[in-house]
Design a protein around this ligand. Structure first.
Ligand code: PAF
Length: 280
């Protein structure tokens, strides 16, 4: 597996691939790789001739009081995991490669970035769209793979690709879960033993809502029930529970609609977990 650190190294690496019209699949990550990240590459392998990952803990998507400094890092472990699934190349830029001194340009998708997670994480999605558009320009991928756990991120990035006419096919891959249903996430390592034991309440409440959707008269009633289920877990502090349409995250008015997404953010101690499930 090739380890690429600079933009010119990436350009040299992709030049012959582009000349041969090879399909480049790309998985952008912030490292601390888990099975969810690996599933993205495994899916990409079916479709692409060349598979490239990036590992970059992107400072512009963290707020001033967020976990940038303590975000889990395990570069040696990550490289071993990527080698094990035959990744062709990994781009591991330094901060100054992506954001050189006097960096001034940001990419922002209006509205979609201000709802759900964007309410408490101001500028988070602007950081994500900025870094991903830069990575797309550098790697010149044909296809890009993202996890469905971060569904708002995926929908925002898809809109960016559409609005900016980027020639990238956007693919979302199912969430990988622990045996008890907790969605795999690099941030799960922050949970104490008690918080880890409490966290699967998110999955259980979403499964129950999916099973019972026909019993509710209104979105509000369903949300209230999910709220009650999660609140029975004393360590869970709910930030939001919402129903949104899967294609564009607009608000659901009627439970008989197709493509209803239950989406939530809940804190366990200082750790904020997000998850979602398609109810129909
Ligand atoms: O989902 C992530 O890990 C990050 O938001 C991404 C897409 C790699 C951008 O930094």
């Amino acid at each position: 597996m090739k380890i690429l650190k600079t933009i010119s190294e990436v350009k040299e690496y992709i030049k012959p691939l582009k000349l041969k019209d090879q399909i480049i699949g790309f998985v952008p990550t912030m490292g601390a790789l888990h099975d969810g990240h690996i599933a993205l590459g495994e899916e990409a392998r079916y479709e692409c001739d060349c598979l490239i990952y990036s590992i970059f803990v992107n400072p512009t998507q963290f707020g001033p009081n967020e976990d940038l400094d303590k975000y889990p890092r395990d570069l040696d472990g990550d490289i071993a995991k990527l080698e094990a699934i035959d990744v062709d190349a990994v781009f591991i830029p330094d901060r100054s490669v992506i954001y050189p001194e006097n960096y001034k340009t940001y990419v922002k998708v209006d509205e979609l970035g201000n709802i759900l997670c964007g309410k408490s994480r101001v500028d988070h999605f602007q950081g994500v769209t900025t870094v991903v558009s830069k990575l797309f320009n550098i790697v010149q991928c044909d296809e890009a793979y993202f996890g469905k756990k971060d569904i708002q991120q995926f929908i925002i990035l898809k809109k960016m690709v559409e609005d900016l006419n980027m020639p990238v096919k956007m693919i979302s891959v199912d969430t990988v879960r622990e045996d008890d249903g907790l969605a795999k996430s690099s941030r799960n390592t922050y949970l104490s033993a008690d918080e880890r034991a409490a966290a699967p309440v998110l999955y259980r409440s979403m499964v129950t809502a999916k099973k019972n959707i026909d019993l509710y008269f209104s979105p509000e009633e369903l949300i209230e029930d999910v709220h009650t289920m999660i609140s029975m877990e004393p360590l869970a502090k709910i930030e939001y529970i919402e129903l949104r349409r899967y294609n564009d995250l607009s608000e659901v008015e009627d439970l008989s609609e197709e493509g209803i997404l239950l989406i939530l953010a809940v804190r366990f101690g200082t750790t904020r977990l997000i998850d979602n499930m398609l109810l129909r």
